[in-house]
Design a protein. Structure first.
Length: 139
């Protein structure tokens, strides 16, 4: 059955985002536990983070298996994922993060602006790497 237009499609997308964010949050928290010299807490958090990553993969697998057309999140083919990723990286560094940096400066947050601009640079590099992978697959 086609997921298009269903609530289940929206739920899969949202749940994927939650699991992916939990993965990073647990790693962040594990780092805090490290600074507090609580290795047992850090270990639990890193184990939980690994599980969350597995959960996030599970949602991506379901989206792909059900033929969901969500190129901004995932696609079945490697080439399509690379292509969408190049596009996303380019968008981040040419538009989004440069604009976010400008707003941050206007609002008095130069250090936040610097981080956006730094990531914009990384986005350009990533776009190049991914494009080279894509070109390699096509040749
Ligand atoms: Fe989970």
């Amino acid at each position: 059955m086609d997921l298009k237009g269903t609530q289940t499609l929206e739920h899969l997308k949202e749940a994927y985002a939650r699991e992916a964010q939990a993965n990073i949050r647990y790693h962040f928290s594990a780092r805090l536990a490290d600074t507090l010299a609580r290795p047992e807490v850090a270990q639990v958090l890193r184990a939980a983070a690994d599980e969350e990553r597995g959960h996030a993969f599970g949602f991506l697998d379901l989206l792909v298996e059900h033929g969901a057309r969500v190129p901004e999140i995932v696609a079945a083919k490697l080439e399509d994922n690379l292509e969408a990723s190049v596009e996303a990286e380019l968008h981040e560094f040419t538009e989004l993060y440069t604009r976010y940096a400008e707003v941050a400066i206007q609002e008095g947050f130069p250090e936040i602006a610097r981080w956006f601009l730094e990531l914009a640079k990384a986005g350009a590099t990533h776009a190049l790497w991914l494009q080279q992978c894509l070109d390699g697959l096509k040749s």
